[in-house]
Design a protein around this ligand. Structure first.
Ligand code: NAD
Ligand code: IPM
Ligand code: MN
Length: 365
């Protein structure tokens, strides 16, 4: 198949992990006979430096006509003055809003080879398989903001339509998993959360086979650490989802491991690791590329419908996590490029063994 992919490397380790992700997509295209074209565009601090804007019009237009967008990370100390009026993160938020990608899927699994890295006891990490569905285009991130010398406000607003579409997506995803949805809110305090909860209750009636529970976000933060394998699909609002998924990454062993897919109503999507620009390690070639690489698997699956290829990437990453090489954050000493090369080799190996299997089944030479 043919697909056009826009890449937005951004800032800090963004370009380092995006290069690895692009190498993986190129290897998949070559091996599975697809034609992927790539167009690199500016976003974030790099875009501010080059054009003055965190999401230049040319970048947005390119993203809007792409089959999928692959992003590294934005932000960093250079652009973090709390009094600045133009910020890298504004570019990412504007892009999510413009693409209408309201459902941010953040899968969490704990690889057995890395369970010792987690601060939790190994037995708590058995069978952890959670799909967070974070609302991505509403809430406090997008409400009106005010600032005066001694006061600041961030409006948190949700409409029923905004809640309904992301919650329905979560229920649909649960139908293909373990039929369990946990909705996380702060309904004991926030009006937006009460609207959220009553909307979830109404939608739940359409899905009688799904077990639904409601959990307040503060106790959820605790339960995620004490009983992580209780959860299947967890759906929540934008800010709670941001915080809970970084917490969840600690269970996996590193923030560098988790991918994400941001989806709207169409096939096109925005794919990015959940981590940021990691200024403390940027430019050293040591960032873990696994979150970015696993994001390409989500891209292949959700935007391009290439399930076999998505599984090939995930199997290759599984092999590399099992046998190494590993970057520093997960206890190794390999650089980003060495891990990427190992994933590329494992993709070839996986494809070879799959085609040997097929050939054997058909008794061909
Ligand atoms: P961060 O995710 O950049 O880093 C937190 C910690 O995790 C650091 O110690 C970092 O070294 C480590 N880490 C992150 N990614 C890693 C990787 N791939 N391999 C190894 N270690 C990794 O979070 P932060 O320091 O709070 O934020 C830094 C900047 O990134 C801020 O400007 C923030 O706004 C931005 N940010 C951007 C995105 C995004 O673009 N999607 C996401 C989160 C944060
Ligand atoms: C993320 C990041 C972003 C967010 C920032 C950089 C705007 O933390 O993708 O998780 O809060 O959504
Ligand atoms: Mn975040």
């Amino acid at each position: 198949m043919k697909a056009h992919i826009v890449t937005l490397p951004g800032d800090g380790v963004g370009p380092e992990v995006t290069a690895a992700a692009v190498a993986v997509l190129k290897a998949v295209a070559a091996r599975y006979e697809h034609v992927f074209t790539f167009d690199e565009q500016l976003i974030g601090g790099a875009a501010i430096d080059a054009t003055g804007a965190p999401l230049p019009a040319a970048s947005l237009a390119a993203c809007q006509s792409a089959d999928a967008v692959l992003l590294g990370a934005v932000g960093g100390p250079k652009w973090s003055d709390p009094n600045a009026s133009v910020r890298p993160e504004q570019g990412l938020l504007a892009l999510r809003a413009a693409l209408g990608v309201y459902a941010n899927l953040r899968p969490l699994q704990v690889h057995p080879a890395l369970a010792d890295l987690s601060p939790l006891k190994n037995e708590k990490l058995q069978n952890v398989d959670v799909l967070f569905v974070r609302e991505l285009t509403g809430g406090a991130y997008f409400g009106a903001k005010t600032r005066s010398a001694d006061t600041a406000t961030d409006e948190c607003k949700y409409t029923v339509a905004e809640i309904e579409r992301v919650v329905r997506r979560a229920f649909e995803l649960a139908c293909g998993r373990r039929h369990h949805v946990t909705s996380v809110d702060k309904a004991n305090v926030l009006e937006t959360s009460r609207l959220w909860r009553s909307t979830v209750q109404r939608i739940a009636a359409d899905y009688p086979d799904i077990k639904v529970e409601h959990q307040l976000v503060d106790s959820m933060a605790m339960l995620l650490l004490t009983q992580p394998n209780r959860y299947d699909v967890v759906v929540t609002e934008n800010l709670f989802g941001d915080i809970l998924t970084d917490e969840a990454a600690a269970l996996a062993g590193s923030l560098g491991l988790l991918p994400s897919a941001s989806l709207g109503d169409g096939k096109a999507g925005l794919y990015e690791p959940i981590h940021g620009s990691a200024p403390d390690i940027a430019g050293q070639g040591v960032a873990n590329p696994v979150g970015a690489i696993l994001s390409t698997a989500l891209l292949l699956r959700h935007s391009l419908g290439l399930e076999v290829e998505a599984v090939a990437v995930e199997t290759a990453v599984d092999q590399v996590l099992r046998h190494g090489p590993h970057t520093r954050d997960i206890g190794g000493s390999a650089g980003t490029a060495a891990v990427c090369d190992a994933v590329l080799a494992a993709i070839e190996q996986h494809a070879d063994s799959a085609s040997t299997f097929l050939c054997g089944a058909r008794a061909c030479g």
